[in-house]
Ligand binder design. Structure first.
Ligand code: ATP
Ligand code: MG
Length: 151
């Protein structure tokens, strides 16, 4: 789908926020500056607004690797693995062993070797020539037959 304006990313994040819950995992792919953190910011802010909580500044966890958000009964872990060098670094995060009570959203998931079976991949694309942005949503495991195209 086209993400021409910030509002398009907002709409996509809102739709995703409505279907995800505890234990769900979203991988965000795409080059630097394509709009991954922006998507996460809209998603978290939407959930906060829905719960009547003041919106957080959702910053990129590039240097901290992970930030967590407590939105009443919803807990979110937002990862950015860009700075990690190898798989060992990731296994030390224990990101898929920890509690199932979290929604996990991962920027730069390329280094993850054993991908979780149930996940939503969002592939972001930015075309410099036209300045257009696009996203493709693909479900795996329990999301396999989900009609993301009809969003
Ligand atoms: N749909 C959109 N329309 C217009 N601008 C956008 C859109 N999505 C994101 N942007 C803008 O692109 C810039 C970079 O976005 P963002 O930080 O989310 O990228 P990123 O993919 O997380 O980058 P990184 O790989 O460095 O983490 C921001 O200034 C943001 O406002
Ligand atoms: Mg980012």
């Amino acid at each position: 789908m086209q993400l021409k304006y910030l509002d398009d990313t907002k709409k996509l994040s809102k739709k995703i926020s409505k279907i995800i819950g505890d234990g769900d995992i979203i991988f965000l792919y795409g080059e630097i500056g394509v709009g991954k953190t922006t998507f996460v910011r809209f998603l978290i802010n939407h959930l906060e607004s829905k719960k009547g909580i003041e919106n957080s500044d959702v910053l990129s966890p590039t240097f901290n690797i992970v930030y967590d958000y407590d939105i009443k009964n919803i807990k979110i872990l937002h990862y950015d693995l860009y700075r990690l060098k190898n798989y060992k670094d990731i296994s030390q995060l224990g990101m898929f062993e920890t509690s199932k009570n979290y929604i996990k959203i991962v920027e730069w998931p390329e280094l993850i070797k054993s991908k979780p079976n149930n996940r939503i991949d969002i592939l972001f694309q930015y075309l410099k020539s036209t300045g257009s942005r696009k996203a493709k949503v693909i479900g795996y495991g329990k999301w396999k037959d989900y009609k993301f195209d009809e969003f």
